[in-house]
Design a protein. Sequence first.
Lengths: 113, 114
Amino acid sequence: GAGVSQSPSNKVTEKGKDVELRCDPISGHTALYWYRQRLGQGLEFLIYFQGNSAPDKSGLPSDRFSAERTGESVSTLTIQRTQQEDSAVYLCASSRPAGGEQFFGPGTRLTVL
Amino acid sequence: AQTVTQSQPEMSVQEAETVTLSCTYDTSENNYYLFWYKQPPSRQMILVIRQEAYKQQNATENRFSVNFQKAAKSFSLKISDSQLGDTAMYFCALTHGANSKLTFGKGITLSVRP
């Protein structure tokens, strides 16, 4: 398919464990975004990658959260020492170099027990 | 800082009727874009319609249209001839320029009754 893909679809983990979430953007999209959606809420911005520029990390809620992206390819969002409040759907989006429209993946639902 | 406010948590409409979803926003920028996204139970965020702030003409996409009032910082979505498949959460969102983070409202749950 040509859309944004994310894996895993669902992840259940125990409090204190580390988790890694993956996002595959649409080919040719230089911009990549991570958002968090808590139950019944809107999306909160986490981090933004644009090509080889330094990422905008201003939305990361704590130093337990980090993300990487190599070039214009896959990105991984890592949450260390997970807490119950980290339970949410994590959505990834990508956009063309000059476009404002962001295309979203299906998200990863993270449940921390 | 920019904010997006959706004050109605939920709405219901009869199939084939028209419904309007409200959204207000605040930004100090002159160049920005406004969006309405739909999120059905599948979780997939789907773009419904977009509006460039510099355009005075209201955007229209088939049954979906917006009422963009720039001075009032209001951006409402009108859905005409509502269909059962329109049942979803709808989010209003704002971004500044191209390739910039989206700021979302809390969303509104729309139910279309048969």
